[in-house]
Write a protein that binds this ligand. Structure first.
Ligand code: XMP
Length: 177
């Protein structure tokens, strides 16, 4: 697999993002809501750099489930969410592809009485966004390729890699490996 972003690149950028977020919120308490499962590495690294009072919540949305081109049906499990009424919420996801997932989740969270809502993604795929969605913080723009590592998976594998790599066609085309 071709490494697109090294572990060092990612760590440096996540620390920068944390500084920018802390500057913008200026000490206000926030609730970070991570979109499972891909957000886990990004969330864990970001919060350890984030000098703000904060709570963490998670929500589950569906992912690509092994197919690299078509999204599966979106499932949202709100029971994993803390009470968000009056909270400043930062919605965190690993990757912005078409934007459908985050647009849907943003609408959902807006109905829960949040004080404010911003969005942070580690990666944004260039030229893919269909949904009109403003993203407040983004780590990297990447080319339109299927990527794995640092939380991102193919068939639930490769999430543990400390870097982001482009999934090679041999792997994507060989089932059961
Ligand atoms: P949308 O299209 O709604 O998709 O912005 C966002 C979700 O799709 C998954 N996704 C990927 N997962 N490598 C992955 O492992 C990729 O290149 C990729 N592109 C999209 C991901 O779950 C994301 O939250």
């Amino acid at each position: 697999m071709k490494i697109l972003l090294s572990a060092d690149d990612i760590q440096r950028r996540v620390a920068e993002m944390a500084r920018q977020i802390a500057d913008d919120y200026r000490g206000q308490p926030i609730t970070i809501i991570g979109v499972l499962t891909g957000c886990l590495m990004f969330l864990a690294d970001l919060v350890r750099h984030l000098d703000l009072p904060l709570r963490i919540g998670l929500l589950q949305a569906s992912s690509y489930r092994g197919a690299t081109t078509t999204p599966g049906a979106l499932r949202v499990q709100p029971e994993l969410l803390p009470d968000l009424r009056g909270r400043h919420v930062l919605l965190l996801d690993d990757i912005l592809d078409t934007g459908q997932t985050l647009a849907y989740l943003r609408e959902h969270l807006q109905t829960l009485g949040v004080a404010s809502l911003r969005i942070a993604v580690l990666l944004r795929k260039e030229g893919r966004q269909q949904a009109l969605l403003h993203v407040d913080y983004r780590g990297f723009d990447i080319p339109d390729a299927f990527v794995v590592g640092y939380g991102l998976d193919y068939n639930d594998e490769y999430r543990h890699l400390p870097y982001v790599a482009v999934l090679s066609d041999d792997i994507a085309l060989s089932p059961g490996t």
